[in-house]
Design a protein around this ligand. Sequence first.
Ligand code: PHE
Length: 361
Amino acid sequence: MPKNDYLCGWKTINRPEEQDMILEKIERLKAEVAGLTAATAEEAEALRIKYLGKKGALSELMAEFRQVAAEEKKTVGMKLNELKALAQERINQVRQSAESASEVSDGDLDLTRTPYPIPLGTRHPLTVVRNTIVDIFSRLGFTLAEGPEVEDDWHVYSSMNFAPDHPARDMQDTFFVESRPDVILRSHTSSVQSRVMERQQPPIRVICPGRVYRNEAISARAHCFFHQVEGLYVDKDVSFADLKQVLLLFAREMFGPDTKIRLRPSYFPFTEPSAEMDISCHLCGGRGCSFCKHTGWVEILGCGMVDPAVLDANGIDSTIYKGYAFGMGIERITNLKYQVKDLRMFSENDARFLAEFQAAN
Ligand code: PHE
């Protein structure tokens, strides 16, 4: 259709091109409005004036709208209303977020206020008991020694006088690395004793706490890892009586001043003679109860005089020096103190279980 068919006096705006232009403007403004932002309430107000104010963009469009041809007014009017609603909504949003942001920076934010109460964490029961053990031996002059959990055969077994065919090396007990048969996860912390001796001449007085691994089926009474504390004392003139005295003192500090100990002969490759130590049952005072299986005694650790072969293998002259060693499971001591029935509780980290040790912390 030729252009001038629509010429009707001065109202040239009625041409379709002009209507297209107003629709285009509306679309452009819609996109503009949707992307509006303001950092402060004042900026939001300036936007309101710019778009919705008396001389704002929408008022200008209204003026143009009046000149749109009658038959097009409905379509264009609807678009205009949409734009107006959008602009009002967006500017309100922008104002609200600017206001709430400025509320924070207005100094209402009090960083010293106590937050919502967060339950206080507690030390893990094994850590509590480990620290108690370390503390008792520290007072007796023992220092702390730690070593790697991923070990080699020498430090875990050979230097500790284990025969090459000792069953502890068997796949049943030890985690081996298939591609590197010499690499193992330590099955006891005696490896740390070996590492201390190869680096240091006597007097040696160390305790070695740490995690150890054994290939056992996981149940209430066994796990594939647990924690130990081992002790080593090497000097001239060290006797079994020294060992006994130190362990008695430890037992009394740990389980109470009335605790009695008894030593039963035992066997370990690295000690000779070796013994298993029991304490009088701290629940029934030695009278006999279900906990001590009515014997009045509960086993707590292994110990003995360091086998001279171990001293020699680790570079210490066994004709000059003697030593004693002992080793205990931290889980076992913890069980004796707190009667935890299921060993798995220690590694599940159930907050309800851990919270029961609040008082011990
Ligand atoms: N290493 C022994 C074990 O893991 C414990 C022990 C240490 C026994 C020192 C005697 C002396 O079973």
